[in-house]
Ligand binder design. Sequence first.
Ligand SMILES: Nc1ncnc2c1ncn2[C@@H]1O[C@H](COP(=O)(O)OP(=O)(O)O)[C@@H](O)[C@H]1O
Ligand SMILES: NC(=O)OP(=O)(O)O
Length: 313
Amino acid sequence: MMKRIVVALGGNAILTDDPTAAGQAKALEKTAQQLVKFVQAGYQLVVTHGNGPQVGNLLLQQEAGSSNKNPAMPLDTVGSMTQGEIGLWLSNALNKELNQLGLTDKRVATIMTRTEVDPADPAFSNPTKPIGPFYNHAEAEQIKAANPTWTLAEDAGRGYRRVVASPKPINILESQEIEKLVDDNTILIAGGGGGVPVIQKDGVYIGSEAVIDKDFTSEKIAELIQADQLIILTAVDNIAINFGQATEKKLTTVTVAEMQQYVQENQFAKGSMLPKVIAAMDFVNATGKEAVVTGLDNIEALMAEHAGTHIVA
Ligand SMILES: Nc1ncnc2c1ncn2[C@@H]1O[C@H](COP(=O)(O)OP(=O)(O)O)[C@@H](O)[C@H]1O
Ligand SMILES: NC(=O)OP(=O)(O)O
């Protein structure tokens, strides 16, 4: 049986200083060059990705161009648009790289994914997910005055960003389709931006105004499609304790119990490393299999030398 993996891409894999479509597409070519290493190793591959900057930027464009005849689309719809744009750039980039390697029989597809959330999730009344650009203090004050319904919060000590609700995924509506396609050896891009959050109301699904954390959605997809491994790629090669301090120690293989202890010690920053750690622990607890957190450029070392941080039962 081929090894099946779900690989979550962080901001460093999809973000670039060049905001044009060509610039963003180019950035994804570098990412594709790394991802195909999994394909060359014979793995079945599902790629998930974030959308925080993209969904916020697109929402601003929608609102700036809104009129009665052509109104701005709501957050759920804009979220689906970001799955489309990033899926397009990454599909093209993967096809380009696969062609260059002579792997022309490999299929690539992007699946618009809906993630079911609980309408009673307390996250709906406590917005925490940063989206779109950073603002300085003065800009943030102006924006708050102009948009009284928005919530702004400090993010990563780099300024202020709009924050929206971020409920937890409870189900992935397209998980069976993802599993069938990946079984058929299609390289799949799915669960983009955490999936479009939907709730059930009167027997039908409707979109909700939120952005789900892609690490939690990646975990849910990995669990539902019976992946052998969840791999979360980010800007660092290892999770660390005492991160950024002289006593920093990179973690290599850690049990869930040890990780839980570190969580209690507040070793992992909320909104950045903590969701990855929780998603990794959830996957290991649910499946007994392992999760890995490492850097995008560390894929070869991960496969050859077991590099990265491995969370195990
Ligand atoms: N304990 C920790 N160990 C390693 N990195 C940490 C830790 N705490 C916070 N971080 C930061 O978290 C970042 C990853 O989070 P983030 O940039 O939000 O992820 P994403 O790759 O999903 O965009 C790392 O680049 C690092 O700067
Ligand atoms: N949806 C999501 O988690 O996006 P980021 O990873 O870009 O914050």
